[in-house]
Design a protein. Sequence first.
Length: 192
Amino acid sequence: MKMEAPLGELSLYELLCLRVFSKTFEVIGLDEYCKAITEWAERKVIAGEESDILLILASLNLDPVPDRYEVEKYLLFYQKEQNIQDPTPNHSALVWLRMKLLHLITASTTQDVEIKLTFFTHYFFDYQPRSFAIITNTISSFYWELYDEAIPAFNCRASQMSENELLDHIKERMLPYYRILDNPDWMWVLTR
């Protein structure tokens, strides 16, 4: 499964969350992850952060597909050097969900919205923490609320809205969940 957003914009913490959550539900391929880590390291070096290990990680980006064992090894060294722990599985799941919600909120077309919402109807996300399962189930239900044409006499609700109305409606319904998941205090509570 591929990420929609450019991985080059993600922080190290978000990339670590993707790696941890991928153990439960594959959200990023290993080669894609390694490339994103080396690109992150390159950005840090260009920004002036000094670390020999970071420089080695950045240099691995010279290869079209960085060697995964080298990336994992030097990333582990960097994490130890900087005392960076892997995020918990519960926190990682919620960070991934926050990214997905951001993709929905910032979608620019109705087709993009439908594709992103459809994703939640294809999988049963019954993972910990419980808030994760509740929010993903709500998103799945929201898709059916907008796009269900089970009764032929009716058009789906989304087809009755203009593109701007639908995009605004998506933002209005998804923004509260995003705000909760973007708040460190709420994240602390929800991961317990």
